[in-house]
Design a protein around this ligand. Structure first.
Ligand SMILES: [Zn+2]
Length: 164
């Protein structure tokens, strides 16, 4: 579950994120092996219901930022000020914001209703497709379930991992 407090981030998209307006996002998420390993390690060590953002250069998701110390008892509450600053920093360094990632407890790989609503709002603000992956941890195994929000639709996405 995700609490809807990312209003500040929406403004940030408008200011910084839309420079690369054409959608670089395909119908399947391509993620670098290195970044996937980073994500796995981070979520393995983070409390459940943590979150962060992912970024891409070109077509590949190759950047990840954990929104540390910002989990809650039963939901992830993004630190909008911190994430906005990070997105601005990424944009200045040629990295596009690609989506929001957060973890769920009890192996739940489905989006909650709040998640869906939130994903649509991010899509509306970003005016382009964004990823919304869910992370679950089960017996020290980290599973990524990818969702893509495109044209107001949520698509369960295939994940392709690059070699490095
Ligand atoms: Zn959720």
């Amino acid at each position: 579950m995700l609490v809807r407090v990312l209003q500040g981030l929406f403004e940030s998209f408008a200011r910084f994120g839309l420079r690369s307006f054409r959608s670089r996002i395909s119908s399947e998420v391509i993620i670098s092996y290195r970044t996937l390993e980073q994500i796995k390690t981070a979520f393995l060590n983070a409390p459940i219901e943590s979150g962060g953002i992912i970024g891409s250069t070109g077509k590949t998701v190759d950047t990840f930022y954990l929104d540390e110390d910002n989990h809650n008892y039963d939901c992830y509450i993004p630190d909008t000020a911190k994430l906005n600053a990070k997105i601005k920093d990424w944009t200045e360094n040629g990295i596009s914001f690609a989506g929001l990632i957060h973890s769920h407890a009890n192996g739940c790989r489905q989006l909650s209703n709040a998640d869906k609503q939130y994903a649509i709002e991010i899509f509306k603000a970003a005016k382009r497709a964004v990823y919304f992956p869910i992370v679950t941890v089960c017996n020290d195994d980290v599973i990524l379930t990818s969702y893509l929000i495109k044209d107001f639709k949520l698509i369960k996405d295939k994940i392709t991992v690059t070699e490095n």
